[in-house]
Design a protein around this ligand. Structure first.
Ligand SMILES: [Zn+2]
Length: 127
């Protein structure tokens, strides 16, 4: 398997796992629905590649981005944010100006959040 990169189109199995998980199936259940079936760990590996390709941080985030991009349901996309940018990239288009602006703001926000998390790690255990 090649190393997944942000902006690469999803493979058929990746799209299928994402579609099944978006319908509420567990990874184990989704794995059993693929033809041929795969293990739960393989299904999770597919989802990890989906996250990378879509620039998503969690599976629900990936489902949201995929919906915005029309990957799951073919709904019209919107412009001006990370989801719009991802939709352009997924379709092999150059992002429009509005989506570029939104993507820059999104990346700056992610960088700021990472810096803040580094400077002030969450304390999970109160003492
Ligand atoms: Zn756009």
């Amino acid at each position: 398997m090649s190393i997944p990169r942000y902006g690469q189109p999803l493979g058929a199995r990746e799209t299928e796992i994402l579609r099944l998980v978006s319908q509420g199936l567990s990874y184990g259940e989704a794995a059993g629905r693929l033809q041929p079936p795969v293990t739960e760990n393989t299904a999770k590996a597919h989802m990890q590649r989906v996250l990378t390709k879509l620039g998503a941080s969690t599976a629900p985030h990936a489902v949201f981005l995929a919906c915005q991009a029309g990957i799951l349901d073919g709904r019209p996309r919107r412009h001006g944010d990370h989801a719009g940018y991802a939709a352009h990239v997924y379709r092999g288009e150059d992002p429009c100006e509005a989506c570029w602006d939104g993507e820059r703001a999104y990346r700056a926000g992610r960088r700021a959040a990472r810096r803040a998390a580094k400077a002030n790690p969450p304390k999970l255990l109160a003492s």
